[in-house]
Write a protein that binds this ligand. Structure first.
Ligand code: PMP
Length: 408
């Protein structure tokens, strides 16, 4: 079991000194996680002592910056077990990863009548770029439904996933239900009909060991800020031969080999997809993040979150009128989206905030999912390696107080 007290000491924002009046109970890591000192220091050291642009200068500062930035890429590649660091494209966030593939791969490979398969539990980041592509090309977007437990209903998969399907893009972990999807099974089904696969790993890479070679996915995207890293940096993983064949997404400096007034040729991978000055401090910060998570151990983090999820679902079941949406704890990552009778989720979140409890209320960028449930919004508590059972107890106490205030 993780030594959570020791881990919490790594996160300055979680110390009592940060929030002396009502100690912070941060239960919104699925939206964005907190950052350990090691990550803050790596970024600070770069900015204070070797700040310079990368890939450009023939002077020591710039070489140091380039080495640290590229070392971060190599660390990320090892972290997700990519064959080659060139398969790790630094983007701003998971959203940009989807847009990059939908645009670059999609423009070259999708035609009128082709089908793009998603699921009904996707985040908007894995819906809207494909809808835009489908509109441009006259393609069709289809969706694998989920059942009343928030689990994908695969009974009609053979009708949805056919030789017309050019790409199947789906989330490894739902950011609302917490459902852990059977990624390898779905990838195998896609391969059987010759479809490409893209995995939304925004809620997976931060919480469990992820091995892209074991998945054998074609593309996979995630964000730094949900895994204890900085905002402004994310990763698109792609198989080398696919990335080689794809045209650039954005044009500008760094992504070219040669530019004339008539035409341009492209840089090698991964830089072909990294136009302009990148997020250098953030990239270096992401390298430190990977070091930190590796040191703690992804398997240990996953096991601890499984324990927390069981604990939370049990504790929340004692609040009368509260319903947690999604599957039982055994099929779920550390996310509990709930409703409390007919109370508005924003009212719940506001009252909890008075007790220092930070949860998210809204549609969590999954409007189709909520529409299917007949809900406009849910309240979501989400857990990470620094969450304690005592914090979940405080959430439950807070919810009892909410019930009293509304005289439920
Ligand atoms: N997919 C999932 C499942 C998510 O939870 C999120 C973030 N809420 C995203 C994609 C998009 O991440 P970002 O906003 O960092 O691009």
């Amino acid at each position: 079991m993780l030594d959570v007290a020791k881990i919490r000491a790594d996160f300055p924002i979680l110390t009592v000194e940060s929030y002396p009046d009502v100690p912070l109970v941060f239960l919104d890591s699925a939206a964005s996680s907190q950052k350990p000192t090691a990550v803050l220091e790596a970024m600070d050291t770069y900015l204070r002592t070797y700040n310079a642009n990368v890939h450009r200068g023939i002077y020591r500062l710039s070489e140091d910056a380039t080495n640290a930035y590229e070392a971060a890429r190599a660390k990320v590649a090892r972290f997700i077990n990519a064959q080659d660091a060139a398969e790790v494209i630094f983007v701003r966030n998971a959203t940009e990863g989807f847009n990059l593939v939908a645009y670059s791969w999609g423009e070259a490979n999708i035609s009128a009548g082709d089908e793009i398969l998603l699921t009904e539990m996707e985040h908007h980041a894995n819906i809207v770029p494909w809808q835009l592509l489908a509109q441009r090309k006259g393609a069709v977007v289809r969706y694998v439904p989920f059942d009343e437990n928030g689990v994908l209903d695969l009974s009609n998969l053979a009708e949805l996933l056919t030789e017309r399907t050019k790409i199947f893009s789906f989330t490894a972990v739902s950011n609302v239900f917490g459902t852990i999807n059977p990624v390898k099974q779905l990838i195998a089904a896609a391969k059987a009909v010759g479809a490409m696969t893209m995995i939304d790993a925004a809620q997976a890479v931060p919480h469990m060991p992820i091995d892209v070679q074991d998945f054998d996915c074609d593309f996979l995207a995630f964000s730094g800020h949900k895994m204890c890293g900085p905002t402004g940096i994310g990763v698109l993983y792609g198989k080398r031969e696919l990335l080689e064949a794809m045209p650039p997404f954005m044009g500008g400096g760094d992504m070219i080999r040669r530019v004339t007034l008539e035409k341009s040729t492209w840089n090698d991978l991964p830089w072909k997809f990294e136009a302009g000055t990148p997020s250098i401090a953030e990239g270096i910060g992401l390298g430190a993040t990977v070091d930190y998570l590796t040191h703690v151990g992804m398997a240990e983090i996953h096991a601890y979150e499984q324990y927390l999820t069981h604990y939370a679902l049990e504790a929340l079941s004692e609040v009368p009128g509260l319903k947690v949406w999604g599957p039982p704890a055994s099929q779920k990552a550390g996310v509990a989206a709930f409703t409390l009778e007919k109370l508005h989720p924003h009212d719940i979140a506001e009252l909890l905030d008075k007790d220092g409890i930070a949860v998210r209320a809204g549609h969590h960028c999954a409007m189709p999912l909520h529409k299917k449930l007949g809900l406009a919004a849910t309240t979501r508590a989400s857990f990470y390696l620094y969450t304690t059972p005592a914090e979940i107890d405080r959430l439950v106490e807070g919810l009892h107080r909410v019930r009293q205030i509304f005289r439920l």
